[in-house]
Design a protein around this ligand. Sequence first.
Ligand SMILES: Cc1cc2nc3c(=O)[nH]c(=O)nc-3n(C[C@H](O)[C@H](O)[C@H](O)COP(=O)(O)O)c2cc1C
Length: 416
Amino acid sequence: MQHFHDKTNITLKNSFEQTQFIDWRTQPRSFKTYPKFFRRYKLDDYEELKFIKNFGKITTSKKYGKEEVNLRTNPSAGGLYPCEIYIQIRGIKGFLSGIYHYEVLEDSLCLIHELSNDGLEYYFNETSSKKFVILISNVYFRSAWKYDNRAIRYLLLDTGHQLASIFSSLKLENINFSFNFNFDKKRLNEEFGFNCQEFFQGAVLIDNEKETKPKKLRERPVTVCPTDYFIKNSFIEEFVKKFEEENFEIKEELSFFENLSKEQLQTAINKRRSVRAFKKESISKAEFAFITENIFKISQKLGIEIFFINNNIEDMKRGVYKNVTLLKEGDFKEIETKLAFNQKLAGESCFTLFYTSKEEKYAKAVIFCAFFAHIISLKATHLNISSSGIGAYFDDETQNFLNTKNNILYLQAVGR
Ligand SMILES: Cc1cc2nc3c(=O)[nH]c(=O)nc-3n(C[C@H](O)[C@H](O)[C@H](O)COP(=O)(O)O)c2cc1C
């Protein structure tokens, strides 16, 4: 996987070569829809399923020129939304047990496969059937259209944010769940007829239903093209093949929202946005501590090292920190801006986080950097503090500046 990371570095040299003009009229569709005659169920009509809306519902729309763009509970690099969600549901009264596709635009579930004695659990080697199996897939061309090969990183980062959106929605309802990255991704990609255009990244399993082991799917769900057109990218497809073999487990306890009430967390989910510019006001040390509570400790357990630069946190020395230890005192606003591909957000923040890792399970590390970034964005939103993920930065220069051999996986600016 290191090969794929190195090949997608932004360097001073290739940044000059990558300044081609983007014609937004050619953007591939970012919503997958099954045929009109498929059965659909509005989430608002089912009390037990309403929580699914928090996974990706539209929370605002913005006009870019003539185009109306829908923004969702989860952020996305370039607003391209490569993630799709499939949910297998069992044992809900008055609801057909089946595999559904979550249709964000309509806030509805579209039935794509009716269950009998079969089920997705078969591909997870599960010995019991589950109430819910949630699968996240990536439609790679949506991101590759703009970012070319570097899209492999944004796909993983977007997946991490999507996973954290699901995590927050389940925490909100006090639903027990486990993440799962150990399933037969290759086989399931084939069963869904994805034909390399789409591939599964991760899953969330919820509650045991019965002690019976479901069989493999009786028939393949109908194949629907997830975009209106498609251009193959062999580099990304090679990456997907490698990724299909990368299995990993998350055993660490992830507790982040203990101090937020249900209403507060729901408000933060609804209000989360990526900031475009900061007012350059400070935040307090207590606010910093609240936003980052448990993040440094848990991320280290997952092989992620977080550096941050304090630009404007009150009562704390300005400078570069590794986890919570001050490495270099000083004002680094200008260099931060340069490192972040000359984006002012990085230098004008109260603090900018640099998520790094040398973890050999590459996908795990990237997905969970974005997962932590998402938690931070929700907690910051609760305090009316803004933030934005930053996926464009100069890789080698950032490594040199931080004096680390770790891969630089993601940046995040947080401030007022
Ligand atoms: C992986 C990732 C990378 C991003 N990189 C940048 C970036 O480099 N610069 C920037 O201004 N915004 C960046 N964003 C923010 C997106 O532009 C933003 O999420 C998207 O426009 C949707 O808006 P919203 O987050 O307010 O819903 C990034 C978001 C993600 C998830």
